[in-house]
Ligand binder design. Structure first.
Ligand code: NAP
Length: 274
């Protein structure tokens, strides 16, 4: 796979100014080589879909990537892919976010501190679609499962890892939302509600930390992207009509790089409708 992003002279110029980045700047960001050098970034759901490509891309731009996911064989595959592209040695953190306890997440914080010594960013990417059905008929166990994976575990993991993130020079926490998180839509049930909650959490964390820390919390909305989840949600759609995860990586790199220092409390849509 190719994770290089071309750079025009206009874009180079844009990134040399000290103006705060707009959402358009973030979408069109062109990373410099090694712009993530020295950073340690944890990616959840790193074994497949957008998370896998984000992990490879962060490694391509110099980061040490911590691969968290529920299927060890998929993490091993991504680990090998990073090694073969010449990236820094990653770490695998198998964890099923559905059943994971807060104590396990605190242990993870201790492990990262002991073995790696730092954490500069988290991409909260793992997600479950659940059912597409009216709330009246929504299975309550599935509802709880989707809320745990998409929202509650995201809160728990962020809180457990905050001590390390606060020690980073410019910690960046990126949550993953969705169009139905910003504009709830009939039949999207727990998925839409979990993404709304994630957007609210990012806003509250921003308000609570912006005057006392260098941390920045933002949400990214990838928009329709060619993955298994999208295929389940829209079975009649041609995957070839969609952007690939590789196509949308500029925003993912930007929000982790120091170029986005000062960008806080935003929900960045990577594929806005005209
Ligand atoms: P995907 O291909 O289904 O990948 C989801 C990832 O999350 C997989 O690696 C999966 O692991 C992991 N995951 C699921 N449940 C988990 C659990 N209990 N514990 C740990 N990891 C778990 O989906 P995607 O399309 O790449 O989605 C990535 C993010 O983008 C999600 O938050 C999604 O809501 C959001 N999003 C996607 C689109 C889109 O069009 N694709 C649009 C808007 C938002 P396994 O592979 O091991 O199952």
């Amino acid at each position: 796979m190719s994770v290089n992003i071309d750079q025009s002279s206009d874009q180079k110029e844009m990134q040399n100014t000290n103006q705060p980045l707009t959402h358009d700047d973030i979408r069109r960001f062109v990373p410099s080589d090694n712009c993530l050098d020295g950073k340690t970034i944890l990616v959840t759901g790193a074994g497949d879909g957008i998370g896998r490509v984000a992990a490879l891309t962060y490694a391509r731009y110099g980061a040490t990537v911590l691969l968290l996911g529920r299927t060890s064989s998929k993490l091993e595959y991504v680990y090998d892919e990073i090694e073969s592209l010449g990236g820094k040695q990653p770490a695998m953190l198998p964890m099923n976010l559905e059943g994971a306890t807060y104590a396990e997440m605190q242990q993870l914080e201790g492990l990262i501190d002991k073995e790696i010594g730092k954490l500069d960013g988290i991409l909260h990417n793992a997600g479950l679609l659940g059912q597409l059905t009216p709330l009246e008929m929504y299975d309550v166990d599935t509802f709880a499962q989707v809320m745990k994976v998409n929202f509650t575990s995201t809160f728990m993991l962020t809180q457990a890892l905050l001590p390390l993130l606060k020690d980073a020079d410019n910690g960046s926490i990126v949550f993953t939302s969705s169009t139905v998180g910003t504009h709830p839509r009939a039949f999207w049930g727990a998925y839409a509600l979990s993404k709304q909650a994630v957007e609210g959490m990012s806003d509250i964390f921003t308000q609570e930390t912006q005057n006392t820390t260098n941390l920045r919390f933002n949400c990214i909305n990838p928009g329709g992207t060619r993955t298994n989840m999208r295929a389940h949600a829209y079975p009649g759609e041609s995957p070839m009509s969609l952007k690939t995860p590789e196509d949308i990586m500029a925003g993912y790199v930007c929000l982790m790089s120091d170029e986005s220092i000062g960008v806080r409390g935003q929900v960045v849509e990577l594929q806005p409708k005209d």
